[in-house]
Design a protein around this ligand. Structure first.
Ligand code: FAD
Length: 370
């Protein structure tokens, strides 16, 4: 199964590849070392069209197939940037499109998709991770201000949270009900508590923040509807994982053709060939599962099981393939001079973010036993 990408989307994907070659890959080490992207990256992403992929196609967005391809390409240049772009599109832009009122869409969408307003998505809390329903952050209606709530609580592990001007916050509206809110960070009730430094994707500005009667604007939706955006979101993380795996595999193949030991190239040694062949098969399988999930989404079919399958398989593939790529590079694979060590560290996030592998297995099992 190969993706049918619309000609206009092919042109967009050519632009993405050019952007990755010129503006992303050359900076990936620098961004990691400075633990942050350059500020101008957001408007550049906007210019390329990478922040409006989550809009409906007739309003300038792209198909899910093209979205996954774009994230895969971005991840080959910088996985942390791919993760940010994936979350912005699938969980923030798509949220405002699906649940925002016309007034909210009018106020935010143009600036968010141009990169002028930076955004994040806040679900996770110290006591609510895989079990998202444990969210303790509370939202209470403000008397006399229809649609506005006072929000109090704490969020952690929020991607781009340190830079965000606007965050989609999941909060509790009653003992049993949760919903989502748009919250501007430039207000007294919002406190950035700490930057969270991670072993991989470290250019991503991951933070913990506190909310103390911060004002949030309700986007009318049920918890299940807001969380339902994670199904396409997981395809984005799968795209990130496939991109990481592809890049690491390409580097391992190249290195194995150049390095000689025992008067032979590494790629002529059977044990190395086994590693290369296993990676080739797994990368191909992961790409096909990703494409299948994207195609089903574009056909309007359910993807609950398929997005979990794609995410689970491609994230575990990314971890195996990057591990083999380091092994094939030997000692050099553990040094900062070779990109495989970074890809190896970046790959870990794909097994944890937007639902760890154990949760994906749970979703798949539930779907086939219901
Ligand atoms: C770099 C990074 C960026 C992130 N960005 C965001 C973001 O932008 N917004 C956001 O809201 N969150 C974000 N997260 C949070 C992420 O989604 C959570 O870390 C993830 O859902 C797991 O939650 P937890 O870390 O609390 O682990 P826990 O829920 O405590 O789980 C720990 C481990 O227990 C096991 N486990 C848990 N539940 C089960 C189960 N039911 N069955 C079997 N095993 C289980 C798994 O092995 C799991 O890895 C980010 C995390 C990281 C590391």
């Amino acid at each position: 199964m190969y993706l049918s990408i619309h000609p206009e989307e092919s042109t967009f994907l050519d632009r993405v590849r050019e952007f990755v070659a010129n503006d992303v890959l050359p900076n990936t080490r620098k961004w990691e070392e400075q633990t942050g992207f350059d500020d101008e990256i957001w408007e550049k992403l906007g210019t390329v069209g990478l922040l409006k992929m989550g809009l409906p196609v007739d309003q300038g967005g792209v198909s899910c197939a093209a979205y996954c391809e774009a994230i895969r390409e971005l991840a080959k240049g910088d996985p942390a940037l791919a993760m940010n772009v994936a979350a912005i599109n699938a969980l923030v832009v798509a949220h405002i499109v699906a649940f925002g009122t016309p007034e909210q869409q009018e106020k935010y969408l143009a600036d968010v998709t141009a990169g002028r307003v930076k955004v994040a998505w806040g679900l996770t809390e110290p006591d609510a991770g895989s079990d998202a329903r444990r969210v303790k952050t509370v939202a209470e209606p403000i008397e006399g201000r229809d649609g506005f709530y006072n929000i109090t609580g704490r969020k952690m592990f929020i991607t781009n949270g340190g830079k965000a001007d606007l965050i989609v916050i999941i909060a509790r509206t009653s003992e049993k009900e949760l919903s989502a809110f748009l919250l501007e960070t430039n207000q007294p009730g919002f406190t950035l508590e700490k930057r969270i430094h991670t072993v991989g994707v470290s250019a991503s500005n991951t933070v913990q923040f506190g909310l103390n009667n911060a004002v949030g604007w309700h986007t009318p939706c049920k918890f299940e509807e807001a969380i339902g955006l994670l199904y396409r979101g997981r395809l984005g993380i799968a795209g990130m994982a496939v991109g990481i795996a592809e890049k690491a595999h390409e580097l391992a193949v190249e290195y194995s053709k150049q390095r000689e030991q025992f008067n032979r190239r590494l790629c002529d040694m059977q044990s190395v060939q086994n590693m290369l062949a296993d990676s080739e098969v797994e990368v191909e399988a992961a790409r096909l599962l990703l494409q299948k999930g994207a195609q089903l989404f574009d056909m309007g079919l359910p993807i609950i099981k398929e997005s979990s399958i794609a995410k689970l398989y491609s994230s575990e593939t990314a971890n195996r393939v990057t591990n083999r790529a380091v092994q094939i590079h030997g000692g050099r694979g553990m040094t900062r001079e070779f990109l495989v060590e970074k890809l190896w560290r970046d790959a870990k996030l794909t097994e944890i973010g937007e639902g760890c592998s154990e949760i994906q297995r749970m979703v798949i099992a539930k779907q086939i036993t219901k």
